[in-house]
Design a protein. Structure first.
Length: 153
């Protein structure tokens, strides 16, 4: 699926992911803290290409019978870790992997929040997503991440 929009006689698509020259992220140790920022290096075109190759492999590793919602969570987490951390970048990346953009938006919203025991990532005031530091550190250590607690509806 390659969704397109037209504005001011210019057609853009999900394949047109724009990565800014410098991105700023809140310090990972304080998702609800003072909002301090640190610059993050912009990946090269080769790194982005390799990342998309890895995303395709990750999607394939999940298997064709895997729940599409769970696969979206895995791929969104990978995008955030790589530095694709805005709604537009994440939506565009998953659209290139044949995910429905509305489904991606639903997953992003549902899994975002300030409580690491209920949410997988959080969104700052600038609209940038970050994995909860506790989950990121556990994953980096190679420890299996248990399922999140059930939500009360």
């Amino acid at each position: 699926m390659n969704a397109q929009t037209t504005t001011d006689n210019h057609t853009t698509s999900a394949a047109d992911i724009v990565i800014p020259e410098t991105r700023h992220h809140p310090e990972p140790a304080s998702p609800t803290g003072d909002g301090s920022v640190r610059p993050v290096a912009t990946p090269s075109a080769a790194e982005v290409g390799a990342f998309f190759d890895d995303l395709r492999l990750l999607k394939a590793a999940c298997g064709s019978k895997a729940n599409k919602h769970d696969v979206a969570i895995v791929l969104i987490s990978a995008c955030i870790e790589f530095g694709f951390d805005t709604w537009l970048q994440i939506r565009g990346a998953l659209a290139r992997l044949d995910f429905n953009e509305r489904h991606v938006a639903i997953v992003l919203a549902k899994e975002a929040g300030s409580n690491p025991s209920l949410h997988r990532w959080w969104r700052d005031e600038e609209g940038r997503y970050s994995l909860h530091p506790e989950l990121a550190a556990i994953k980096a250590a190679g420890i299996e991440v248990p399922a999140l607690k059930s939500r009360v509806i």
